[in-house]
Design a protein around this ligand. Structure first.
Ligand code: NAD
Ligand code: ZN
Length: 242
């Protein structure tokens, strides 16, 4: 069965994605060949720098890393994002659950997006909670400060050691539990609790699209070991189960 066959038979598709969905937009992932985790930064690994405790103890170093490696203001949606927007317009796609913080699904036009690790486009003063857009973090050097009270502006992204937003998670799990087809793409499924959200799926077709094997492959109806932008883009008709 091809992906197109499955999609044409589905009425409530949910897409669960990770960093691999955005690599074709020029944003590196974490764990593949060119991923960020291959490098260490002054002897520190990215997981350490992106942790809650590192943010509080070394905010200057955190923001240096964050601006350089986590934010890509020039990135644009690719063929995968575009296809998901088409499916939402056609009322095929019920929702997108993404671990990505790049905001590209919303930029593509999708409305029903659950950003379980937050987004670089939302930032808040840690003292007075004032909202700031991305420019407030990118348009300065050092630690970004609130113009009302001088507090530190923190990106509303979920750092290691922080819990994701409860209501976003509840919404995401509800969508997954009501889906007839779940497409899991561009994720190594190694970040919790996100990876466990898949356990809420009890629909008919689980489709995995990933360049490398994932823990969900054994449960899948269709595994496509290809680039997600290809599988959801030009190759929608050609894809076949491995
Ligand atoms: P990951 O790096 O652990 O895994 C990415 C997976 O995608 C790998 O298995 C890789 O083989 C695959 N992949 C890469 N490019 C692909 C492509 N074009 N087509 C198909 N597969 C491809 O990513 P993760 O599972 O999302 O976990 C990383 C965490 O880091 C997430 O929690 C996320 O918040 C964060 N992150 C976000 C971004 C972003 O916002 N774009 C980028 C890097 C990391
Ligand atoms: Zn403030």
């Amino acid at each position: 069965m091809t992906l197109r066959d499955i999609v044409s038979r589905s009425r409530r598709i949910v897409f669960f994605g990770g960093a691999g969905v955005s690599t074709a937009s020029g944003i590196p992932d974490f764990r593949s060949g060119q991923g960020l985790y291959r490098e260490s930064f002054d002897g520190l690994d990215p997981e350490m720098i992106l942790s809650k405790s590192f943010f509080y103890l070394h905010p200057q170093q955190f923001f240096d890393f964050y601006r350089r490696f986590m934010v890509y203001p020039e990135a644009r949606p690719n063929a995968a994002h575009q296809r998901l927007y088409d499916w939402e317009k056609e009322d095929k796609l019920r929702g997108i659950v993404t671990q990505n913080i790049d905001g590209l699904h919303r930029l593509a036009g999708n409305k029903r997006v659950y950003e379980i690790h937050g987004t670089v486009h939302e930032n808040h003063c840690m003292d007075c909670n004032a909202f700031y857009p991305l420019e407030a973090v990118m348009g300065c050097e050092g630690i970004p400060r609130c113009r009302h009270c001088g507090g530190v502006i923190k990106p509303s992204v979920v750092l290691y050691g922080e819990a994701p937003d409860k209501y976003v998670c509840i919404g995401a799990c509800r969508e997954i539990s009501q889906a007839d087809t779940l497409i899991v793409a561009g994720t190594s499924l190694s970040v919790e609790p996100a990876a466990s959200f898949l356990d809420y799926f009890s629909g008919k077709h689980l489709v995995v699209i990933n360049r490398e094997p994932t823990p969900a492959d054994k449960r899948a109806t269709l595994v496509i070991r290809d680039k997600v932008e290809q599988a959801l883009g030009a190759d929608l008709d050609k894809t076949e189960s491995e």
